[in-house]
Write a protein that binds this ligand. Structure first.
Ligand SMILES: Cc1cc2nc3c(=O)[nH]c(=O)nc-3n(C[C@H](O)[C@H](O)[C@H](O)COP(=O)(O)OP(=O)(O)OC[C@H]3O[C@@H](n4cnc5c(N)ncnc54)[C@H](O)[C@@H]3O)c2cc1C
Length: 419
């Protein structure tokens, strides 16, 4: 007879990690995962382009935490307990050898997210976790006399479950936030993070797939909303590390702006206008008979160069020999200060993570227990935590899932420390 029953709401990365840790730590407990969809670990499956960027090669807890626009301070302690090194050991010991790529992203050596899914499902099965699909938890009712001191969960199709502890790992799911909000848990307004910028102007037309290194982007009129890094043109507009990071750091500001703003791009932040002027002069002498729009400066890809020349309003098919100072100046202005109208973000639900969720003041990060309700725990993206790309978001799910699973039956009721 199992003596305590624990229900984990949500069968994603954080749900599996907390359920496995809990079942392995407390073998006498009965651990259940309830998952709303028809498959477990859906996001793991599609993550990292099907390869699953499972964590990051950085090891210093403070450094890892610095990749979280929301949750940085709170995650330092948890990363000290279960960090990237422990994640890599966990998967390696369970038959998934990993590799660290040049940019520190960590993937299964087989480059298949299925390896991660199989390892998690196998570990959960071996630990005796009960796994139930197609069960949408709609109501979370705290213990009371009416419930015989147990937590009560009600599914969307009105099935009722009771248990001793609840771990909420439902990811960025509005339904769960509503249920939690009904029992007084504070929720930070969810807005998308890590999204791409929509561009309707011709400047990005036909450039999908082209990337360009080390550009500087800045939201016009917002000096602090700026970033430097590699940019990628997509079918929608602009992406790449420089855009994704900016979208994450300024997720709330962009939401307030309705995702409509002007973006300044300096394509050569390291090169002065004077140097560009000299380079253009050199081109004028060197390529006299060639067309301006077909002979790119520096290493600019040809198609992209043609768009920039067009944006600078240089007449088509103009030979370098016939170019005038006004053409050079227009090009310099474009190369140092292209202004692009952003008209939205990547289509809804295409963003990678959600900013917002269970307010961090609601959680004791030593145990992941609610500061409001003993016996209620949180892990993963359901919290107001989100990181940059690079495996950080999964690491937050593994870490908080691990701590919740370890503490779920041993954590004392949270007592607020004296200020
Ligand atoms: C396309 C894409 C690619 C990504 N790639 C990476 C990557 O390579 N590396 C990385 O670190 N991060 C990546 N991420 C982010 C990463 O997937 C998430 O941060 C991570 O999945 C969060 O884990 P979680 O368990 O908290 O939430 P989720 O993975 O979202 O799991 C929550 C689960 O709860 C279920 N659920 C929701 N509501 C209920 C309910 N009411 N009742 C029962 N079940 C419910 C959901 O169906 C879901 O299965 C990617 C995200 C996307 C969208």
């Amino acid at each position: 007879m199992k003596d305590k029953k624990i229900v984990v709401i949500g069968g994603g990365a954080a749900g599996f990690f907390s359920a496995i840790t809990c079942a392995e730590t407390f073998p006498d407990a009965e651990v259940h995962i309830f998952e709303k969809s028809a498959n477990f670990l859906n996001k793991v499956r599609i993550s990292g382009g099907g390869r699953c960027n499972v964590t990051n090669g950085l090891e210093d807890p403070q450094l890892i935490a610095s990749h979280f626009p929301r949750g940085e301070k709170e995650l330092i302690g948890p990363f000290t307990k279960f960090g990237t090194k422990e994640t890599m050991e966990w998967f390696t010991n369970r038959g998934v050898p990993l590799k660290i790529e040049d940019d520190n992203r960590v993937f299964p050596q087989a480059d298949k997210s299925k390896k991660i899914i199989d390892a998690l499902v196998k570990a959960a099965t071996n630990a005796g976790v009960f796994m139930t699909l197609k069960t949408v938890i709609d109501q979370i009712i705290p213990p009371s006399e009416d419930t015989n001191g147990k937590w009560k969960l009600v599914s969307a199709d009105k099935r009722e479950f009771t248990c001793d502890r609840v771990i909420v790992t439902a990811g960025g799911a509005p339904q769960i936030w509503n249920s939690l909000s009904k029992i007084g848990v504070e929720i930070e307004k969810p807005v998308p993070s890590l999204f791409t910028f929509l561009v309707e102007e011709r400047v990005a037309d036909g450039l999908a797939g082209i990337s360009f290194n080390d550009v500087e982007v800045q939201v016009v009129g917002h000096k602090r909303l700026k970033n430097t890094g590699d940019i990628l043109f997509t079918h929608w507009g602009l992406s790449g590390p420089v855009i994704l990071k900016l979208s994450s750091v300024a997720a709330r500001q962009f939401s307030r702006m309705g995702y409509e703003f002007k973006l300044h791009i300096d394509w050569f932040p390291e090169i002065t206008e004077e140097k560009l002027r000299r380079e253009l002069e050199r081109f004028r002498r060197l390529y006299r008979r060639k067309m301006m729009d077909t002979e790119p400066l520096f290493n600019i890809p040809k198609k992209m160069w043609a768009r920039l020349v067009e944006k600078a309003e240089i007449p088509t098919r103009l030979r370098w020999a016939y170019s005038k100072t006004e053409h050079s100046e227009a090009l310099i202005k474009t190369l140092k200060n292209t202004i692009i109208e952003i008209t939205g973000k990547s289509p809804n639900k295409d963003e990678f993570v959600t900013c917002g969720g269970v307010s961090l003041s609601e959680v004791d990060f030593k145990t992941m227990q609610s500061t409001r309700y003993p016996g209620l725990f949180f892990a993963g993206e359901v919290l107001d935590i989100d990181g940059l790309t690079g495996g950080f978001n999964f690491q937050a799910a593994w870490t908080t899932g691990y701590i919740a699973g370890k503490s779920v039956l041993s954590a004392p009721a949270y007592v607020k420390e004296a200020e």
